[in-house]
Design a protein around this ligand. Structure first.
Ligand SMILES: [Zn+2]
Ligand SMILES: [Zn+2]
Length: 879
């Protein structure tokens, strides 16, 4: 029996992790019951892109909620954490089109059907990469419920939402200015546009005012767009131009008269204060044009080529070639006043790095404002809570300034928009299934919209569509609304806000109660991690090197709400040491555990037993409190401190004399404390805790399903904690004395003690602790220390201690030299700090913390100076 329960000598993470991963899967440990429970807890996983591969941001974003979900599961909740992946239109197009390009192919050459076949094949083959990595991270997801944003059920949900919104007038089609990549020939959302500083020219062009000799000068970085100008605008209060408002200018090269208008949005102090207005090619001008009913003249097409509207000379030219020609022609007519160097941010396509082109085309939109109202209310009224709460402000800022949402994308991989155009009349049919004929002219000549929906449109339905909506499933009844959404701040608007709007509208309730926003993972110098900088840390590599538990614990210990994480490999090495420490303590406990289960008898509890039970209760309360408030770092810190500094450093040593005496109660306390520690740690470190726990006499399929500790107030014993503190202080002092005087820790010593009656009792009763922890072989309690005897003296609380110095304990000559050297060193440093603190300029100007730190350090040095001085005196008198 004993061999069976003994742990391996050293902890080897990989085989242990593999073993429990398959055990959890085989036993469906993370699959909840669907019905008949009232105490439910649910979350949906932010679906990573199918193209994804686990990076440190993911590791953080998935570890933290896993801690909560494991904690809730252990608290007895019927718990669901539902996984899945996102089809990520653009990212998949990127991958596939790149490989097509290498073969000299393109999606246009291939055709829609063939392309979709390739895309699905690719998804089947590679879409599981991130899934496997998620599993390896130990996330307790219910893979039997795995979903994909492009699966059949999801498509039904998407189509239902689209059709309903369309029928309600909340989806419409409009001519709109969108960001278009001329190379990829697709519309990009604002986040898909990368802004890069570029050196360019600001050209000042003269527009002649009709009927006068005057010019209005406008400045532009994109002269070719002037061909599509339909007005010149000035600020209404700009006196330089007030006389021209309502007049016309002659648009150069096009020989066309356009009006001078006034608009509040024009910045008086930018350029000349007068701006050219090109509604079809600039987002600001587009809005301005709408306000003033200006004509939209498209002079550049979606591929970056000049159109017929640009004029005979320019039509067919590339936009940049056209720019040169426009400048040359203006120069010839002496219409360029000047040209300046100019640096400004220009939008680039995030996939092919070409400069994007604002482009007018037919697009589909969601009218967001009516949906936003409720979504604002539920956060205002606290139904949905952001953690940290300041993110609610960010949310409101976006929601109060919301624009309609362009949902169409000129891509194929995605949910194809369920709209059909009648080829024989102008009817548009929006329907859940393919319509047979046009309702207006009965024609059967119908063509479906080519565009697909923005990926965010489907992920907005994630919390309820994954649970079976639009069907009324048991899952939906049991697990909706979910309890927690954990995600990054960068998608509060793109994702969180839209889930709230869609959840309220279609599932009839908020999608989740809490939104936990995690920080960014940065390197140890607080720089953003990036592959190109070479400072990124690969989580998979770290898991291999230090074990998954060490990685998880590191991320947890660094997760201070509202702050970014500053990560280093050293931290992980440190927490691997923590894992090993737990392993070794557990080995010790298990070696002592005999066949029969130890029995706990109250009357046999030692001071150490009562103390560790009291401290454990505190650790349990602290951990629960911290998790309740999503203070992950605090939970990690409290457990770490308890396990390392109280359980391992003290209790394991203190329990040894008891065990030697065959005290089965102490053994029971040791095993019980270990069991509780494993439970406390399990949500953060699922693997090593499961491995050890399965060696304990406890029963159950998995530690993941065992009960999470709750504090038992009856075990709190402040009196015993205080008594223990007295002994601990005395022992620490003794060990310090030994260390300072170069006496090896293992060297046995005699000890004289002077103390009050109460301490005397404590010391007498617990003499064994001195023996084990400070190697005191004989301890005498004296009224007075013998005169004339040489000794090393120390004080702790009310206890005076002395180690009589005898030959053989210390090499006096050598020790004297060492102490003298140390004293000089200490005194030099004291002088330095005293000088600094004596300097008024330093004290006044330095940050408060720095001054405080110096003062503390000075006090420490002065104490040390005194001690070393005393020890030196003793030694000198011995020689
Ligand atoms: Zn592109
Ligand atoms: Zn028709």
């Amino acid at each position: 029996m004993k061999e069976k329960i003994e742990l391996a000598k050293a902890y080897d993470p990989e085989p242990v992790e593999d073993k429990w991963l398959s055990h959890w899967e085989k036993n469906r440990v993370f699959t909840p019951k669907t019905t008949g429970t009232e105490k439910n807890f649910s979350m949906v996983l932010p679906p990573p892109n199918v193209t994804g591969s686990l990076h440190m941001g993911h590791a953080l974003c998935f570890t933290l909620p896993d801690i909560i979900v494991r904690w809730k599961r252990m608290q007895g909740y019927n718990t669901l954490w539902l996984p899945g992946t996102d089809h990520a239109s653009i990212a998949v197009h990127n991958v596939i089109e790149k490989s097509l390009e290498e073969k000299g192919l393109s999606r246009e050459k291939l055709g829609r059907e063939k392309f979709m076949e390739i895309a699905w094949d690719w998804k089947q083959k590679y879409g599981g990469v991130i899934v496997n990595q998620l599993v390896k991270l130990g996330t307790s997801l219910d893979w039997t419920r795995e979903r994909f944003t492009l699966d059949e059920g999801f498509h039904r949900a998407v189509v239902r939402v689209f059709v309903d919104l369309y029928n309600e007038g909340l989806i419409y089609r409009d001519y709109y200015l969108v960001n278009k990549c001329p190379h990829c020939a697709t519309v990009l959302s604002d986040i898909e546009v990368e802004h890069k500083e570029l050196a360019s020219k600001l050209t000042y062009i003269k527009y002649p005012v009709v009927g006068t000799e005057d010019f209005i000068v406008v400045a532009t970085t994109r002269p070719e767009t002037m061909l599509g100008d339909t007005a010149v605008a000035v600020h209404p209060e700009d006196e330089r131009y007030s006389r021209y408002v309502g007049q016309k200018v002659l648009l150069p090269l096009q020989n066309k008269e356009i009006p001078v208008i006034s608009d509040e949005q024009v910045e008086m102090d930018f350029g000349t204060g007068a701006v050219k207005v090109t509604p079809a090619h600039d987002p600001v001008d587009f809005e301005l044009g709408k306000r003033h009913n200006l004509e939209q003249v498209i002079v550049i097409d979606g591929f970056g080529i000049m159109t017929k509207e640009a004029g005979e000379e320019f039509a067919g030219l590339d936009r940049f070639a056209c720019r040169d020609l426009v400048l040359a022609r203006l120069e010839e007519q002496d219409l360029i006043e000047k040209s300046e160097d100019y640096h400004h941010a220009v939008g680039h396509c995030y996939r092919c790095k070409n400069i994007i082109e604002p482009n007018l085309s037919w697009q589909w939109f969601v009218k967001v404002e009516p949906l936003a109202k409720d979504a604002i209310r539920v956060v205002e009224e606290g139904e949905i809570e952001f953690i940290p709460s300041n993110w609610a402000k960010t949310y409101f800022e976006w929601m109060y300034n919301i624009h309609d949402w362009c949902i169409s994308r000129q891509l194929w991989w995605g949910h194809r928009i369920p709209a059909w155009y009648c080829q024989d009349c102008d009817e548009i049919i929006v329907a859940e299934s393919v319509p047979e004929r046009c309702g207006k002219c009965q024609s059967t000549n119908l063509v479906q919209e080519e565009d697909v929906l923005d990926t965010w449109f489907s992920s907005a339905l994630w919390p309820f569509a994954t649970l079976g909506w639009p069907d009324e499933t048991e899952d939906l009844k049991t697990f909706y609304p979910t309890d927690l959404m954990s995600t990054g701040f960068d998608i509060i608007f793109f994702w969180v806000a839209r889930m709230i709007m869609m959840g309220l509208k279609f599932a009839g309730d908020i999608p989740f109660r809490h939104v936990f926003i995690n920080g960014l993972v940065r390197d140890f110098k607080r720089r953003k991690m990036s592959k190109s900088e070479g400072n990124s840390i690969d989580p998979l590599e770290m898991m291999k090197k230090y074990g998954t538990d060490a990685l998880r614990f590191t991320l947890t210990a660094l997760a201070i709400p509202g702050m970014d994480i500053s990560l280093s490999e050293e931290r992980m090495a440190g927490y691997r040491a923590f894992v090993n420490k737990i392993w070794n303590a557990s080995r010790f406990a298990l070696i002592n555990l005999q066949e029969e289960e130890p029995e706990l008898k109250e009357e046999e509890l030692t001071l150490a037993d009562r103390w560790i039970r009291s401290r454990l209760t505190q650790a349990i309360a602290d951990t629960n409190d911290a998790l309740e408030e999503y203070k992950f770092y605090e939970a990690a810190d409290k457990i770490y401190h308890f396990v390392w500094h109280e359980f391992c450093d003290w209790y394991i040593e203190l329990v040894k004399p008891s065990l030697k005496l065959g005290n089965r109660t102490s053994l029971a306390v040791l095993i019980d404390t270990l069991d509780q520690i494993l439970r406390l740690l399990h949500p953060i470190m699922p693997f090593v805790t499961e491995e050890i726990w399965q060696h304990l006499p406890s029963e159950g399929i998995s530690l993941a399903l065992a009960e999470f500790p709750i504090p038992d107030e009856r075990r709190v014993d402040k009196g015993e904690e205080k008594a223990m503190k007295v002994l601990q202080n005395a022992i620490v002092e003794l060990r310090t004395l030994k260390a300072e005087n170069q006496i090896p820790m293992k060297q046995k010593i005699r000890l004289w003690v002077k103390c009050g009656e109460q301490e005397e009792k404590a010391i007498h009763t617990h003499q064994a602790y001195f023996e084990v922890l400070a190697k005191v072989e004989s301890l005498e309690i004296l009224e007075e220390f013998p005169k004339g005897q040489m000794m090393l003296k120390g004080v702790a609380g009310g206890i005076e201690m002395a180690i009589p110095l005898e030959k053989g304990l210390v090499d006096f000559e050598k020790e004297k030299l060492r102490l003298e050297k140390e004293l000089t060193k200490i005194q030099t440093e004291i002088e330095k700090i005293e000088n600094r603190l004596g300097n008024n300029a330093f004290v006044e100007k330095a940050p408060k913390e720095v001054v405080e730190e110096a003062k503390t350090r000075l006090q420490e040095l002065q104490d040390r100076n005194k001690r070393v001085g005393e020890n030196l005196e003793h030694i000198q008198s011995l020689i």
